[in-house]
Design a protein around this ligand. Sequence first.
Ligand SMILES: NC(=O)c1ccc[n+]([C@@H]2O[C@H](COP(=O)([O-])OP(=O)(O)OC[C@H]3O[C@@H](n4cnc5c(N)ncnc54)[C@H](OP(=O)(O)O)[C@@H]3O)[C@@H](O)[C@H]2O)c1
Length: 304
Amino acid sequence: MGFEAAKVLSAQGHELTILCRNQATADQTLSQLSGSARSVTCDLADLSAVEEVCNQLLADETALDALVLNAGLQYAGASEAQFSAQNIELTFAVNQLAHQLMAMRLLPLLQRAARPRLVITASEVHNPGSGAGKVGKPADLGELEGLRAGAGFAMLNGSARFDGNKAYKDSKLCNVLMARELNRQLDAAMPVIAWSPGLVITRNSGGFFRYNKRSNPLGMGAFAFVARDLLRITESVDNAGRLLAQLVNDPEIPTGFSYFTNKVVSFGGHRLEPTDTSVEGADLQKAEALWQLSAQLITRSLST
Ligand SMILES: NC(=O)c1ccc[n+]([C@@H]2O[C@H](COP(=O)([O-])OP(=O)(O)OC[C@H]3O[C@@H](n4cnc5c(N)ncnc54)[C@H](OP(=O)(O)O)[C@@H]3O)[C@@H](O)[C@H]2O)c1
């Protein structure tokens, strides 16, 4: 999705800085873009690497018109947690903590731009009231007991039993709360946009469902066939990328927090609409607590 958005933005003449996991991906990505782009490489599962890449960008002092926090992973179906370089559960470490660190460090570059904005890719699964959010255990951060206990937790609500599907939903709820908290800190001075792209299942072995395709090929194959080919409730990756590019560009989006969902509106048809978040996703106290506890965990992790 990020690559498809980059293609659109690059063709429109924007100057892109693209974060890629490694040099091979960076070379391949840049070779397929038509416009001006540079890459930085960083494994988001390592906060030290995120810090280093932010320092590189800060040293360069180039203003950022838009900061797009879009990378993400899921291990739905997994019952064993995996951990980042700093011993933080991987879904939370990559989907949320690495992005909070980037936002914390790169805000000064955004604030140098004339009309900056932040775009954060969340998901409707953050909302227990949505169709996708109801499948399996719903997102619920509790009182953030896991995060309060520090690195090594399995689940943010303190449960010791890992549930990969719920961990992903929780991380996307964290994305929504991060957008709320950033908007509060910025005093609604720029658009802070969280959004949900809808269900995007690529036909190849990669993409967002790569883990499920390997761990449960039959189940995932059946799910993909029903959702994508029979019910046609999925969005294509290139359309999702175009929507992401639109959110980066659209001058009509006002300053302050907004949340958009790419809704299924007809057989095979989607429409991007402003939508309410879940109740928990609108809890400003929880948003602030999540930010502060995460900032403390980042500081501790980087100092050891
Ligand atoms: N697909 C869906 O149905 C769906 C639905 C709702 C929300 N979303 C959200 O949309 C966003 C984009 O997902 P997608 O569908 O485009 O999935 P994707 O094809 O798997 O892309 C995810 C991107 O994140 C990067 N990434 C993952 N872990 C990383 C790490 N440790 N370090 C650096 N980069 C890392 C991947 O890099 P590599 O290519 O190197 O792996 C890839 O570029 C995610 O935030 C996801 O949660 C997706």
